[in-house]
Write a protein that binds this ligand. Structure first.
Ligand SMILES: [Zn+2]
Length: 226
């Protein structure tokens, strides 16, 4: 009898996994074919323009319902059900799982994003991460299937670097945003923050920071207050 319940639990879990994969395929036709393929992370930023990429391998893809804009809607439609993660397989647990899978399948497609789990191997270790794909905006962050997708971004970063961030004579770097500011336009601001050492423990101290604007100075002060 126990055996049968355990089998049922596994069947429901597989049914849910299959459904999540079917949803992904519906939202991003062909996404299953990307499993095992390389996806590139462009490392360029306007402060640090570079042609370097990280290469990640796509491990898995499935539908996921954690879209920020739909969180409330999903919670309401699911009515508080969640898939019990393990524990003793009882009749009650099975019926909760059945209810969960049934409700999950009723969720509207626009509450889903496609989620890719990705891995990257360094010399010594393996990093795992997740990557979201939305049909409206594509891959999140600086990810793409083709390096050439980033040609324009890298070019723009390099131009912006030359224009704004490259160290130059007679200029000072803004401590907040990294922009170069002419020495005579620097905004000096007294930052007040907490420090710690063995003798005094926690104490309040200050130092003068150099910024491009009052806005950067205030943002820096606020981040110090955390
Ligand atoms: Zn600044």
């Amino acid at each position: 009898m126990k055996e049968l319940l355990a089998d049922k639990y596994i069947r429901l879990k597989n049914e849910l996994d299959d459904y999540k994969m079917a949803i992904a395929e519906q939202m991003y036709p062909g996404c299953k074919g990307l499993v095992g393929k390389t996806i590139y992370e462009c490392r360029s930023r306007k402060q640090y323009p570079t042609d370097e990429f990280y290469e990640w391998k796509i491990d898995e893809c499935y539908g996921i319902t954690t879209k920020d804009s739909k969180r409330h809607e999903v919670a309401k439609l699911m009515g508080g059900y969640s898939f019990p993660a393990g524990g003793k397989v009882t009749k009650k647990l099975i019926s909760e799982c059945e209810e969960y899978v049934r409700k999950y399948k009723e969720l509207p497609i626009d509450t889903f994003d496609v989620f890719f789990s990705i891995v990257r191997y360094d010399e010594k270790w393996k990093s795992s991460s997740g990557l979201r794909y939305s049909p409206e905006t594509g891959f999140e962050r600086n990810f793409g299937l083709d390096k050439s997708d980033f040609d324009e971004k890298i070019k723009a970063d390099k131009e912006e670097y030359e224009r704004t961030y490259k160290p130059r004579e007679g200029y000072v770097k803004c401590e907040r945003c990294g922009k170069q500011v002419p020495e005579n336009e620097v905004v000096k601001y007294k930052l007040i923050y907490q420090a710690w050492d063995y003798q005094r423990g926690r104490y309040v101290t200050s130092r003068i920071g150099a910024f491009c604007s009052g806005e950067c100075a205030m943002n820096e002060q606020m981040s110090l207050e955390g």
